[in-house]
Design a protein around this ligand. Structure first.
Ligand code: ADP
Length: 272
């Protein structure tokens, strides 16, 4: 049994400087693969119960952000962890290359409209962080523009939190060799090859630039209001159970409860 909550072990302390090379992407923090299936199954049952109460109560919006380099496992996390939730009340948004309409607005415009309502758990598969990641790595806007965005993102997230939203951000960490294996496996599998794009290899060539961009986003935008968690993600089973445990702890803190029953409903009603 692991002694510490992963929430405490994996959180990026606000104000600290993240160096990804110092974090082992294969770390499992005392968890074992042999017990992982049971642990994850228990974690998913817990999440399902929490979401049921959260949705019934309709009091708290929850925003979950997923980021990571290509093939880090964002889709797999949605599939294997968020599957605990009823799709009603759990909208998933994939943020792709912005459309012409989206590009004609500020970068938070398209994001804000997908922020969760009360009782919802909104999942962002990629997010507003792309605007300090791919945008920075490819010089899609001048440096003086993207440099300002860290503070803007913190301000925007703080506003959401002050208005009642709970924000939890997961960065899935794999290493370069694990990405190579995953790309190769994707390419080799006829049911997965559609996911493989030649452009993925060009992005892979920019690995160090992405690492620098991730490190700055994690260092500058892990706040008390909206912390980042760095999830060692070379092993899918650990990634899944870590995300499930942390999310469970975060939802638990909200103490979601079924609404009080309308006093006009009698206690001993038998419906004919
Ligand atoms: P997946 O998320 O499964 O990798 P795609 O292969 O369609 O899906 O990739 C989406 C692409 O959209 C990524 O390359 C990502 O960097 C890009 N993207 C997302 N947001 C932005 C943005 N704001 N500006 C430019 N590109 C973006």
């Amino acid at each position: 049994m692991a002694a510490h909550r992963l929430r405490d072990l994996l959180r990026v302390e606000p104000g600290s400087k993240v160096r990804l090379a110092a974090i082992d992407p294969s770390d499992t923090h005392g968890h074992n693969k042999s017990a992982a299936d049971k642990e994850l199954a228990d974690g998913l049952v817990r999440l399902a119960g929490l979401q049921d109460r959260l949705w019934a109560e309709a009091k708290h919006p929850v925003l979950v952000v997923l980021q990571g380099i290509d093939a880090a496992g964002k889709d797999g996390t949605v599939h294997h962890v968020m599957s605990a939730f009823s799709p009603q009340g759990c909208p998933v948004t994939d943020f792709k290359v912005p459309s012409a309409l989206e590009m004609s607005h500020d970068y938070l415009w398209r994001v804000h409209q997908h922020a969760p309502g009360k009782g919802e758990i909104a999942i962002f598969n990629r997010s507003h962080y792309e605007d300090v990641l791919v945008v920075r790595v490819h010089d899609l806007v001048p440096k003086m523009i993207w440099k300002q965005r860290y503070d803007q993102i913190n301000d925007w997230e703080r506003m959401l939190v002050e208005e009642g939203t709970t924000i939890v951000k997961f960065f899935l960490l794999i290493d370069r060799d694990e990405q190579r294996k995953r790309f190769q496996a994707r390419y080799d599998d006829p049911t997965k090859r559609w996911k493989f794009k030649m452009g993925d290899l060009a992005e892979r060539g920019l690995w160090d630039n992405y690492v620098a961009a991730f490190e700055e986003a994690l260092s500058r935008c892990s706040t008390a209001a909206a912390p980042w968690y760095v999830i060692p993600a070379n092993r899918n089973w650990f990634r899944n159970l870590a995300v499930a445990e942390i999310l469970g702890d975060v939802l638990d803190d909200l103490k979601p409860a079924y609404p009080v029953i309308d006093p006009s409903v009698p206690a001993d009603l038998v419906i004919e």
